[in-house]
Design a protein around this ligand. Structure first.
Ligand SMILES: [Zn+2]
Length: 391
């Protein structure tokens, strides 16, 4: 079987192995056994249940950590799909199913792309191939890995149509909470309605200025959900919550956002009400039993277009791809932000059309998968030395 055929076969088995967040045990076992049979030098699962494969380098060139994730989003109603979302069917050179582009295609292209160096010329430095848990629900796996594993260069395999990605905006979810006084809705003089405060606040939000980043664009804040402590229509609520979906640029974390938003909300208070902006934390557990507590916060990721890690990745990929790939930014947030926050240098490259991610049409062309595989082999072989040599 050719390397591409073996990679396709592996991708089909990955798609047939369901792996919703928190339920990645089966797919982790499949990945561990595949890496072992391919001859990876070390294969293990860490305390979070993340899978880590290592191909040891022949020298001391910078280390590279290739990264994807094990989980996928819900497939919805299978009847809405043209093919079984968990069938991994191959039709006319196209593989169908949940995860084909996000993220099992790119995962297979990393595992097989790096395996090409095991029995031939070794990579110049150590190369890790990793797949983490719970990327789709807050990044428990990447948060843990960024604290416990260090590499000089990180290559995030989220689908990029085999182009190079140098960042994305971050995402922070905040809650505006206003407390007032509950009362019979016929007695507005007794009640202190928190919705009145939120109404004023929404108007001010609309007119807010947001910071701009030449690489990532402008930050945004979208009010998305509103709820009160009431289910009765004839009661003035005592408390109201408004969810804010904040898309952030570098340096704009939850604390920085709160510094701006708290005074804005305070300026909307009426007598007898108090407002606050919260970033609620939640405890999550991985299938392996690790528990972590954190708020809904994904850091932005951004390298300038002329950064050496970006430029050398482009130069290396020009070989197998036949031309220098375009460089851009992702629309969505990735786990790369957690590695960048830990001080590591993160670039993105992966096969698959990101516009098909999370849809009922998710599929990947075998030819594109193959180009991604060859791209990963070239990166593992040449990126670290080219980067260390200064491009
Ligand atoms: Zn993904």
């Amino acid at each position: 079987m050719s390397r591409t055929d073996a990679c396709v076969d592996f991708l089909q088995r990955l798609i047939r192995t369901r792996s919703m967040p928190g339920q990645e045990a089966d797919i982790a076992a499949l990945l561990v056994s595949e890496m072992r049979s391919l001859g990876y030098d070390e294969v293990s699962a860490d305390a979070a249940g993340n899978v880590i494969g290592l191909v040891r380098g022949s020298g001391d060139a910078p280390s590279i950590l290739f990264n994807t994730h094990l989980d996928h989003v819900d497939a919805g109603d299978p009847n809405d799909w043209p093919h079984d979302p968990f069938g991994g069917e191959l039709h006319d050179g196209v593989i169908w199913g949940r995860g084909a582009v996000d993220i099992k295609g790119p995962l297979a292209a990393q595992v097989y792309g790096i395996a090409a160096l095991i029995n031939g010329d070794r990579p110049p430095g150590d190369v890790y191939v990793t797949a983490v848990v719970q990327e789709e629900v807050g990044g428990l796996g990447a948060r843990y890995m960024a604290e416990t594993l260090e590499a000089d260069l990180i290559m995030v395999g989220e689908p990029s149509r085999n182009e190079v990605r140098r960042g994305h905006r971050g995402r922070v979810e905040l809650q505006a909470r206003v407390r007032g006084r509950m009362a019979h809705a016929s007695m507005t003089d007794i009640g202190r309605n928190p919705l009145t405060v939120l109404g004023r606040f929404l108007t001010l939000l609309e007119g807010m200025d947001h910071p701009h980043d030449p690489n990532l664009g402008t930050g945004t804040i979208a009010p998305t959900l509103i709820r009160t402590d009431q289910t009765s229509a004839n009661v003035i609520p005592g408390e109201a919550h408004l969810t804010l979906d904040c898309r952030t640029i570098g340096g704009q974390g939850a604390d920085a956002l709160k510094e701006v938003l708290i005074p804005l909300l305070k300026s909307c208070e009426i007598e007898g009400t108090t407002g606050d902006i919260l970033n609620p934390e939640e405890e999550r557990a991985s299938y392996a039993g690790l528990k972590m507590t954190y708020g809904a916060e994904h850091p932005a990721l951004s390298l300038p277009a002329d950064h050496r890690a970006v430029q050398t990745a482009v130069a290396v990929l020009a070989g197998p791809l036949g031309a220098a790939p375009p460089v851009g930014v992702w629309d969505f947030a990735t786990d790369g932000g957690h590695f960048a926050e830990a001080g590591m240098t993160v670039v993105g490259f992966g096969p698959g059309d990101d516009r098909l991610a999370h849809t009922v049409n998710e599929h990947i062309q075998v030819t594109e998968l193959e180009r991604g595989l060859h791209g990963n082999t070239a990166l593992a072989r040449e990126w670290a030395v080219t980067f260390a040599a200064g491009g």
